[in-house]
Design a protein around this ligand. Sequence first.
Ligand code: MG
Length: 402
Amino acid sequence: MASQRITEISVTPIPAYFPHEIGRNAFRWSPGTTGVEWLVRARTEGGLEALGNAMRHLWVDGDGSVESLVRLLREVLLGRRVDEFLHVSCGRVVGPTREANRVFRNHPWMSVLAYDLTARELGVSCIELLGGKKRDRVDAYDTTLYFDDLRVPEKGVGQVVEEAGDALKAGYRQMKMKTGRGGRWMAPEAGMRRDVEVVQAVRELAGPDVKIMVDANFGYDGRLDLLEDFIRETLPADVFWLEEMVKADLDAYRSIRRIQERLGSTALLVCGEVDEDYPMGDVYRDLVEGRLIDGYQPDIVWHGYVRWNEIQRLLEGAGVRCVPHCFHNGNYGRRASLIWGAASESFVSIEDERIAPNVYRQDAFTFENGSYAVADAHGLGLEVDEEIFQSRYASNEVKISV
Ligand SMILES: [Mg+2]
């Protein structure tokens, strides 16, 4: 049977609400209460619909306009047949077509949409195309614990503890908190002390079985002395991973490994969300091959499935795990991460912004006791709730068709 043609595409901004206002991190001011998903709906002549999130195009790749996004979608997708993007053999994607590969190098987020389209046409899950299911449930961590002690100074550390309590009530068994207050917003020594206080207080609340990660967004760069203090002081809190404590640098990471050895810290070192090189920047490749990091984390939507397949091959050889970044990708990103995680041997946990339900139908990928169920569904399994879409968002939809 001939592959279907894509005959209609639309783009719509969809608000994505955080569970609470999000404060600062080590380098930037607060994202506030709301993100945005730039929902792309691609429909075929036969009535299939696949979805994309063009957030990164509006933010990073293009000139930041809906017009340039629509131009790109018209050039790349409209009027094309579904099988023009990915080569499928024995039920698995073996790589992008030559032409699609050129597009995905510049606009890698489009490859997730291509997987969704292809899987829906074949009547299978994207998990099958990615190599098959490796687990029935995928762990997720709350990633909303920012510098909210600074945002609500009258409550201080208590504010972060309150938010951690909400995450626990919602069923999370893993949570990540921002650290590196001394990089910009506080004096270095005092910032380190506050970081320690927050980690200790959250551990006390959460008990011993919850995984705690920390992310400094480079807030300890150039201050390995203070990082050593932080690692020492938080040893009893059993930190699961240390993320981007300093900028990617071989000497710095060798020093951190030595510090960990000295102190007996077994926390994983993870970094790489800022790496934009295809498929992996030189310094990151050195960190991976030298086994100076344990997890690597380019964004799952921004860099897409095609690039992540290449990354995973590089990581596997070195025994480094995939921990894709997913902040600011909304409900779409959470699903893209879940699907990837279900198919990946070395995936650790979904970075979950806990975005409130917005435009998608409730489905069987339900969350319970720290993990999401992997349901049987075509494509990404994500469906737009047409009633909600029409009543709340359709007035902002930009549509093109053949
Ligand atoms: Mg991070």
